[in-house]
Ligand binder design. Structure first.
Ligand SMILES: Cc1cc2nc3c(=O)[nH]c(=O)nc-3n(C[C@H](O)[C@H](O)[C@H](O)COP(=O)(O)OP(=O)(O)OC[C@H]3O[C@@H](n4cnc5c(N)ncnc54)[C@H](O)[C@@H]3O)c2cc1C
Length: 334
């Protein structure tokens, strides 16, 4: 079991900055995110898009902001569980919580901060009859650890940036990579599409266009992926892994069942400290709602600062908190 002062659900920009605000008050954080990387919407949806409304940055690329936030919180040594979804929350007799993820990781924390943004980004799944039977047995929707695919036959499906990027990456380590796409052209970055066409023409990958996934089969684990081409021909591919990358759609997910006040998929909070009405549970960033709420990164940063000052009383019940600027205390590492 992981033990921490504050467990932050969601490692988007707001969850990350909350670590800094907690660290200034000597509170340790553990973050959990369903995505395999930190950065939330910024890293997942628009890493190369410039952002113009972060104070002090006339322009910053989304991924650069995430990288800078990671640098900023480094002194406070946050710990992470990535690629896992928080499913369950159990209140303990002393008021603290035990959180459990879908992979059964458990975190014990005095305070829970929900910085879950738009919710869990659930993968869009292909319509294959026996898909669920092969999930975790060859079918996977994200690349958590590329080494899993070393020397394996991997079939990727999709036409966006993730499908292109992972095809390029896995071509270097897999035994054979096949990319299947239902169209002739790609939605992803033209530069990446050009690299994929190059790899195919040099025989480094197999590229099968205008084809759809039709069937998967195997004995206890995935062995064959069957495709259907636009001419209704069937193709059988030997496969250890199938990675359908058809995009992600956000859902509030399990958080909706935790007894919080939910209004249109957002958690209602008290703007004095962004508490949820359930003792020791706070909600900050895009996931919360209150009169006048703006879904902006800088608003989430503000909420994180106020919220952590309120949470201090649960972590240090015997201490009185007095407000100080960072110039007085400095950023003291743990
Ligand atoms: C195209 C686009 C452009 C934008 N441009 C700007 C801009 O220029 N300026 C600006 O200020 N804002 C912009 N925004 C909005 C900005 O991205 C959001 O306000 C910001 O991402 C909110 O941060 P967050 O940390 O609250 O949530 P997110 O970034 O959504 O992160 C939340 C994280 O929580 C995780 N999560 C949720 N539930 C669970 C669970 N149960 N278990 C585990 N993990 C969970 C998710 O996987 C996600 O990674 C833009 C948004 C989009 C889509």
């Amino acid at each position: 079991m992981i033990t921490t002062d504050i467990c932050i659900i969601g490692a988007g920009p707001v969850g990350l900055f909350a670590v800094f605000e907690a660290g200034l008050l000597k509170m340790r954080c553990h973050l959990i995110d369903y995505l395999p990387q930190v950065g939330g919407q910024l890293s997942e949806i628009y890493p190369q898009k410039p952002i113009y409304d972060i104070p002090g940055y006339p322009e910053v690329k989304a991924q650069e902001l995430v990288d800078n936030l990671m640098d900023q919180i480094k002194p406070f040594k946050p710990t992470f569980t990535l690629g896992e979804r928080v499913d369950h929350l159990a209140k303990q007799e002393d008021g603290s919580f035990i959180i459990t993820t879908n992979d059964k990781t458990q975190v014990h924390a005095q305070v829970i901060v929900i910085a879950g943004g738009l919710g869990v980004f659930e993968p869009r799944k292909p319509a294959l009859e026996n898909l669920e039977a092969f999930e975790g047995k060859g079918v996977t929707y994200m690349v958590k650890n590329p080494e899993t695919f070393r020397d394996k036959n991997v079939v990727l499906a999709g036409g966006g940036d993730s499908a292109l990027d992972w095809t390029i990456y896995l071509a270097k380590i897999a035994k054979r990579v096949t990319l299947v796409h239902r169209n002739e052209t790609f939605r992803g970055a033209p530069d990446s599409a050009a690299k994929v066409f190059d790899l195919a023409s040099n025989g480094k990958i197999d590229l099968i266009l205008s084809a759809n996934l039709k069937e998967i089969s195997g004995n206890g684990k995935l062995e064959t992926v069957t495709l259907e081409t636009k001419n209704k021909e069937e193709l059988n591919l030997e496969a250890d892994y199938l990675i359908p990358l058809f995009g992600l759609s956000p859902k509030l997910g399990p958080i909706a069942d935790w007894g919080l006040n939910i209004d249109k998929s957002a958690i209602e909070v008290d703007t004095r400290d962004y508490s949820t009405g359930v003792d020791r549970i706070y909600a900050i960033g895009d996931i919360n709602t209150y009169p006048g709420k703006l879904k902006l990164i800088l608003c989430g940063f503000h909420e994180a600062a106020i919220m952590m000052h309120s949470a201090f009383k649960y972590v240090y019940p015997d201490q009185k908190l007095s407000f100080k600027y960072t110039t007085v205390n400095g950023v003291n590492a743990f």
